[in-house]
Design a protein around this ligand. Structure first.
Ligand SMILES: Nc1ncnc2c1ncn2[C@@H]1O[C@H](COP(=O)(O)OP(=O)(O)OP(=O)(O)O)[C@@H](O)[C@H]1O
Ligand SMILES: NC(=O)c1ccc[n+]([C@@H]2O[C@H](COP(=O)(O)O)[C@@H](O)[C@H]2O)c1
Length: 374
């Protein structure tokens, strides 16, 4: 409590006196507190006050004294840089509220062909975010669309550059969904577990970068404890420390059910996806996700990490149906965003010929898993 109050109020001379007294009383009466305090507010306050009185101009802080703790001088500098926004009101600032937000931050990753992207793909993100945030336990910070590589060899799959461009057009108006070219810019197909690892690692690197920039609150030599990609242990002694967002796989129930297709997914990948990352699965006509989880031992074991989201406004738009309609010269307006439709027309993407792409080829996961059977 004291450590939360002190950095902001101590810069004000009247509050300094109050704080000094308060901290003395509390620390004298309750010596047990000293075990938990990250630094000694009374001594830091005294040191700051000493510096302050020596300074010729009010508000100017002298450079850290020889031998003075880096922490307290850093704190004093923070005080000065914040001196216009001191006092009680700052305790309740948005920043302070955000720091006390204990919800787990989540990044939703949707992998797929997006051949082409439809409005339903975009809806998946909205549904998943509403659901997760509605639990009160999660804060969805980003959505990522990761179109699959051409190396996936699915029948009718048009070039990755077109699928990527369409996804970018479709998400133009979203302030939280992004398209990432990492998977589709590769020649080789990437297994979904590896894509999840990649995006999780990206979150950790970004997060560490931000922490480094903001490190003012961390004691010198204090290290953030991180022991595993998905089991990051935030350092609670460091005020700026918060676990990086957790990447979760966002999919439709058909993908969930495909986890049981022999040779399509490696069992260890299925285990990793549901145990280390987590799934957010949107119900889809013709699928019974609940029953599927019940019947699978590994999914049942990790059912707490599988979020089933009921889509009440049912809608079975699929890329296959959109391509079929386009081949037949029928309208797909309002099934795909207008900008995507314009792109499809401009490049004449879907026709009899495009649908024959990869025809007769084995889907890459089957090929890979049968070459290296479990
Ligand atoms: N109508 C839908 N309801 C729920 N999930 C959907 C729906 N359409 C697509 N998805 C999900 O979006 C993700 C990406 O899908 P994908 O690109 O394979 O589209 P698709 O419409 O399922 O394609 P296709 O028709 O070619 O199988 C998958 O997880 C898929 O389950
Ligand atoms: N073993 C695996 O990792 C595996 C198997 C099948 C599909 N997938 C992924 O699921 C998505 C499926 O997309 P489609 O529904 O368009 O086939 C693709 O992103 C694909 O990479 C992954």
């Amino acid at each position: 409590m004291l450590s939360a109050i002190a950095p902001r109020t101590c810069c004000d001379p009247s509050s300094q006196v109050l704080m000094l007294g308060l901290s003395r009383i509390v620390l004298t009466l309750c010596p047990r507190f000293s075990r938990y305090r990250p630094w000694d507010p009374s001594s830091a306050c005294r040191r700051w006050y000493r510096n302050q009185s020596r300074a010729p101009i009010r508000g100017l802080v002298l450079p850290p004294q020889r031998g003075a703790s880096t922490r307290s001088s850093q704190w004093a500098q923070n005080c000065i840089s914040n001196r216009n926004s001191l006092h009680l009101r700052s305790w309740f600032s948005a920043e302070a509220m955000e720091k006390s937000d204990s919800r787990m931050e989540v990044v939703l990753l949707a992998t797929g062909s997006f051949n082409p992207i439809t409005v339903m793909h975009l809806r998946l993100f909205e549904l998943a975010r509403d659901y997760l945030q509605g639990t009160g336990k999660y804060k969805v910070v980003k959505g990522i669309i990761s179109p699959v590589s051409d190396g996936y060899k699915k029948k009718g799959l048009v070039e990755g550059c077109h699928r990527l461009a369409m996804a970018q057009l479709a998400t133009e108006n979203s302030d939280w969904i992004e398209v990432d070219p990492w998977e589709c810019s590769k020649k080789e197909w990437t297994e979904t577990a590896l894509a999840l690892r990649h995006y999780q690692q990206q979150q950790i690197s970004t997060d560490n970068g931000e922490i480094r920039e903001k490190k003012s609150g961390c004691r010198k030599g204090q290290k953030r404890k991180r022991n595993h990609i998905c089991q990051d242990v935030p350092d609670y002694n460091c005020p700026e420390s918060k676990a990086p967002p957790q990447v979760k796989l966002l999919c439709g129930a058909d993908i969930l059910e495909s986890l049981g297709v022999p040779n399509l997914w490696k069992p260890e990948h299925v285990n990793e996806i549901v145990s280390s990352f987590g799934l957010v699965c949107i119900t889809r006509m013709g699928s019974n996700a609940q029953k599927f989880i019940y019947e699978s031992d590994v999914l049942w074991k990790h059912r707490h990490n599988i979020h089933l989201v009921e889509e009440w406004i049912t809608n079975d738009i699929s890329s296959t149906k959109v391509r079929r309609a386009l081949r037949r010269g029928m309208s797909v307006r309002y099934l795909v965003p207008d900008s995507v439709l314009d792109y499809i027309k401009k490049h004449d993407l879907y026709n009899e010929e495009s649908e024959e792409k990869n025809s007769g080829l084995t889907l890459e996961p089957f090929l890979r898993n049968s070459e290296n059977p479990q």
